[in-house]
Design a protein around this ligand. Structure first.
Ligand code: NAI
Ligand code: MG
Length: 463
């Protein structure tokens, strides 16, 4: 069994079944069977889209319950679960429902003697492993394109936050998906997750989580040469030039690292600020953080920051902060209200004078911790920004159009925001380079990992 904890009360919510290898095998066999079943295999894209839209409608109908479960299990503010996590879940399903009958193959002109065409076919059984920071949305990002392309799925939830997607599992049945098309399991990473990544009857693995686990998943998937998409860690830079709109830069920089308790893979956790604006930026950033960061009960409407997802994560964050302090960084915790004594809270944290070689500046902390460094020239900013094994995202603040596009081109990242941060969009591809991932989710590019292209050659002659 896995006991899910409410990170605000530190109390158990309930215990749920933890799948082990034989259970994973049963789920995979159910998915294999469903792949061949006429009720799924013979559906047109349009009909698959209808099923997906029905699931989206049901999620909206049950939105209040889903939002409450998400907040109870993960600790994120209810205002966020309501306004972002739940609506985004159905938005992603609807977006990919729309693609289900708009993703055709092509006819290739090879002259009069032959006809050649391609068809896009499902990859097969897709193993999908998701993390705990956006339990509903990470599931939608994976289910959406997989179902759109006609695959079947075994989705493994994160052990910290299984409850919202278990509720969705009951809606899947109500939406009318044939049995076996969507299999949702709980289980520990090293057992259920690894069993899925190794399983010879799984054709594709999609993973979101830490870079270390992503590498492990890729190694296991290599056993049967599974297709792999990975969305892993980041340490994304946000660069503020002297000519930036200061108010705008401060607000987005705050959102970019403090939202969702800092538990965001694309969090812009390294702030690089040019000399001429540095002092004013740091002062305004501290003031804005102090004003905004209301810590407390995630069910209270005024709460901006809830607890971290669990004890281990909170302790990990605090150890990064104390090691930064030990290596000479200045540490600020700007917040008006006291940090609640119960719950896995970490205070919003701003680090200055933090060496660019220290762990706090180089490693993914996954908490509300901003490390600020200064730079003089555009060249130096890019050098610091790119001196990392990660390459998920980056942001640049400037009014100079030429510089904005130059920096956007030269940042080693899968996504760049100009004068904003973490403003992702279902229609726009999401993913990283370097050790931040492989492949893309969202947008049309998100479909690519979920179909194979078959080429058909037709001899039109009697030869
Ligand atoms: P993790 O990467 O170990 O867990 C993510 C998912 O992978 C979970 O469903 C887990 O059960 C599964 N998993 C774990 N070990 C596995 C294995 N050997 N084989 C197959 N699946 C496995 O991340 P964890 O331990 O929850 O968090 C540690 C750090 O990872 C965080 O502090 C953060 O830095 C990073 N992280 C990044 C995320 C992102 O969105 N890129 C999300 C979650 C964590
Ligand atoms: Mg929990």
């Amino acid at each position: 069994m896995i006991t899910s904890i409410n990170p605000y009360t530190e109390q158990a919510i309930c215990s749920v079944f933890a799948a082990e290898e034989p259970d994973v095998d049963r789920a995979v066999q159910a998915a294999r069977k469903a792949l061949k079943h006429p009720e799924w295999r013979l559906l047109s894209g349009t009909e698959r889209g209808h099923l997906m839209n029905r699931l989206a409608d049901l999620a909206d109908k049950h939105g209040e319950v889903l939002a409450a479960i998400e907040t109870l299990d993960n600790g994120k503010p209810l205002s966020v679960s309501r306004s972002y996590d739940v609506p985004h879940f159905s938005e992603v399903l609807r977006y990919y429902a729309g693609w289900a009958d708009k993703n055709p193959g092509s006819v290739i002109d090879v002259g009069p003697k032959k006809m050649a065409y391609t068809v896009k076919q499902p990859v097969g059984v897709c193993g999908q492993i998701i993390p705990w920071n956006y339990p509903l949305d990470m599931a939608a990002w994976k289910l959406g394109p997989a179902l759109s392309c006609g695959n079947t799925v075994v989705l493994k939830l994160a052990e910290q936050t299984p409850l919202s997607m278990l509720y969705v599992a009951s809606l899947v049945r109500e939406a009318g998906f044939p049995p076996g098309v969507i299999n949702i399991i709980n289980g520990r990473g090293g057992e259920a997750g690894a069993a899925l990544a190794r399983h010879p009857d799984v054709n594709k693995i999609a993973f979101t989580g830490s870079t270390a686990t992503g590498k492990e998943v890729m190694r296991m998937a290599a056993g049967t040469l599974k297709a792999v998409t990975l969305e892993t860690g980041g340490k994304s830079p946000l660069i503020v030039f002297d000519d930036a709109n200061l108010k705008q830069a401060v607000r987005w920089a705050h959102e970019g690292i403090m939202a969702n308790q800092g538990q965001v893979c694309t969090a812009t956790s390294r702030l690089l600020v040019q000399d001429g604006i540095y002092d004013r930026f740091v002062e305004r950033f501290k003031a804005f953080t102090e004003e905004t960061s209301v810590l407390g009960d995630p069910f209270e409407p005024q709460t901006y920051q809830g607890p971290q997802v669990g004890k281990a994560q909170a302790e990990r964050i605090m150890s990064y902060i104390s090691s930064a302090q030990d290596s000479g960084a200045e540490v600020f915790h700007p917040h008006k209200h006291p940090v609640p004594s119960k719950g896995y809270f970490t205070p919003p944290t701003i680090l200055t004078n933090v060496g660019t070689k220290t762990a706090a500046f180089r490693e993914e902390i996954f908490g509300p911790v901003a490390a600020i460094a200064r730079f003089s020239s555009e060249e130096e900013a890019l050098e610091i920004a790119n001196a990392t094994r990660y390459g998920l995202a980056g942001a640049v603040f400037t009014k100079d159009l030429g510089r904005a596009h130059r920096v956007a081109r030269d940042l080693e990242a899968g996504m760049v925001w100009v004068n904003s941060s973490n403003d992702s969009d279902v229609r726009v591809p999401f993913g990283g380079v370097k050790e931040s991932g492989l492949g893309r989710e969202l947008g049309e590019d998100g479909l690519r990992g979920y179909y194979t292209v078959k080429a058909v050659h037709v001899n039109l002659t009697d030869e």
